[in-house]
Ligand binder design. Structure first.
Ligand code: BES
Ligand code: MN
Ligand code: ZN
Length: 496
């Protein structure tokens, strides 16, 4: 991870400033903006016009400096008196990405309070990421991420703000690493071991349920999905129980280490992206690690049902019936709708454990999953969906997302679609009406949550994995989406 510090005046000879779009009567189209970095604006404007600068978001230009070694200009879009924290986060991230190979840079971006300061720190750290674990001879050609970040600020230079940014970035990077790790190297077992070694350092309770135990205990969803693979399934449970916590939340993440579709085999085109089908599991594990390191005063339980959805003579067949933990039966009409099966097991178990804790008020279940292609069709690749049985929990979550800059949008669970999941042979079928497939998946999960238990379902199928080009602080590959908002939800819920 890059180092981070704050300073009132820049001490590096690589300086990052902002460029805003303006429309002024004298024909000016952009304006350099900073947090007090002194520069000859006239000659800078001339140079920027010369190289076609616009100030658009995600435009990063590098100029050889005169007083400094390098001047980096990062686009902020339309000029504003007070830039939104997400604009600052993205602009800092884009600049940081362009500075791979550089030792140190000072970020002088315009902000009016400590929220802006925190956003710049987060963006710069999140943008300083690379994944080269599986490179051989080409490893040395890769430039390492910007090593040291200095944020120029007059606001709240407290160490706590930087520490929070570091913890969020470190754990977001962990999610990205897990997603980017190929399924040849990331199996349910190695996932558990990686997380176990991190959880140990924070003295978290960790419990890993093996395939034979899962079978005995009746986790038919995880077993049914995992039984076609040579890499056996697991249920990972991490518990953070700080002394004096009066509330609790349970986070549940879909952990399919590779989704071939099973006997409903996916076409080769695009299947490679299904190494990202454990993004939800990675996000909830990273979130609890961050929450524990931040010492938030709330009990959190993270659950990661882990399985590989493969094709074999042992794989679940379309029409097989399985029994979810707790006893409900499911007719598996489509083995490619596997995420909801492993989540159903974990939701039932998570609620059981949460309700057994009589000392704390249980504030709800939050599941996170790359659940449906329909989510991507509905909301695109950058906006995640939120479904719920509890409007006030959903509102609280959405306001957390507003503060972290992660894009989430509320989606309904229409009653009329529920009937399409009725099965002629079992309690419920695992697929229903194709139209509105994201909502049907949400309705399926709702069947495994007691109506009085507050519950949120986050479908992150699009945003979890970036297959196109990098932007803002988001690299290509695993993005780490949901971690920041899950941490914020724990912060806000603890304070309530
Ligand atoms: N992991 C996929 C969903 C997915 C698709 C995530 C694209 C990210 C990008 C999930 O297991 C799946 O295959 N869902 C099916 C459900 C269908 C069979 C009802 C889908 O969306 O096609
Ligand atoms: Mn699938
Ligand atoms: Zn899947």
């Amino acid at each position: 991870m890059s180092k981070i510090s704050a300073s009132e005046t820049p001490t590096s000879d690589v300086i990052v400033i902002g460029l805003a779009k303006v429309e002024s009567r004298d024909g000016k189209k952009f304006r350099p903006v900073s947090s007090g970095f002194k520069i000859d604006e006239v000659s800078l404007a001339k140079a920027l016009a010369e190289i076609g600068a616009t100030g658009a978001k995600d435009e990063v230009l590098k100029l050889p400096g005169i007083n400094q070694k390098l001047l980096v200009v990062t686009g902020l879009g339309a000029h504003a008196e007070n830039y939104s924290h997400e604009t600052l986060r993205a602009a800092a991230g884009a600049a940081a990405r362009s500075l791979a190979g550089i030792r140190k840079a000072s970020f002088s971006l315009p902000h009016k309070d400590s929220t802006g300061f925190a956003a710049i720190a987060e963006g710069a750290l999140l943008g300083s990421y690379s994944f080269d674990r599986f490179r051989g001879k080409t490893k040395n050609d890769q430039k390492p991420p910007l090593a040291s970040i200095e944020v120029q600020t007059r606001f709240g230079r407290e160490r706590s703000i930087l520490r929070r940014a570091e913890i969020l970035a470190k754990n977001t990077h962990l999610v990205r690493d897990l997603i980017n790790t190929p399924p040849s190297h990331l199996t349910p077992i190695t996932f558990c071991e990686d997380i176990r070694s991190l959880a140990k350092k924070l003295t978290l309770k960790i419990e890993i349920t093996s395939d034979s135990q899962l079978k005995k205990l009746g986790f038919g969803g995880i077993i049914g999905v995992g039984q076609g693979s040579a890499n056996p399934p697991r249920l990972l449970h991490i518990s953070y129980q700080p002394k004096g916590a009066k509330k609790s939340l349970a986070y549940i993440g879909k952990g399919i280490t590779f989704d071939t579709g099973g006997l409903a085999l996916k076409p080769a085109q695009g299947m490679e992206a299904m190494k990202s089908d454990m993004s939800g599991a990675a996000a909830v594990c990273a979130a609890i690690l961050a929450i524990a390191e931040l010492k938030l005063p709330i009990r959190i339980d993270a659950w990661a049902p882990l399985a590989e959805n493969m094709v074999s003579d042992n794989a679940t067949r379309p029409s097989d019936v399985i029994k979810i933990y707790g006893g409900k039966t499911v007719e598996v009409l489509n083995p490619d709708a596997e995420g909801r099966l492993i989540l159903a097991d974990a939701l039932v178990r998570a609620a059981e454990v949460a309700k057994a804790d009589k000392k704390r008020k249980f504030e709800g279940l939050v599941d996170v999953a790359t659940l449906t292609g329909a989510q991507v069709v509905a909301l695109g690749t950058r906006t995640s969906a939120v479904m719920t049985n509890d409007e006030s929990l959903s509102k609280r979550f959405l306001s957390c997302a507003e503060s972290t800059g992660e894009l989430f949008w509320p989606m309904p669970l229409p009653e009329d679609l529920r009937a399409s999941l009725d099965s002629p042979v079992a309690d419920i079928a695992n697929i229903g009406e194709r139209m509105g497939g994201m909502l049907v998946a949400g309705l399926f999960l709702r069947d495994f949550v007691a109506p009085e238990t507050p519950w949120l379902h986050l479908d992150i199928a699009g945003p979890a994995y970036n297959e196109k080009y990098p932007h803002g602080y988001t690299p290509v590959g695993g993005t780490g989406v949901a971690v920041r908002t899950l941490v914020a939800l724990a912060e806000v819920t603890a304070r309530r």
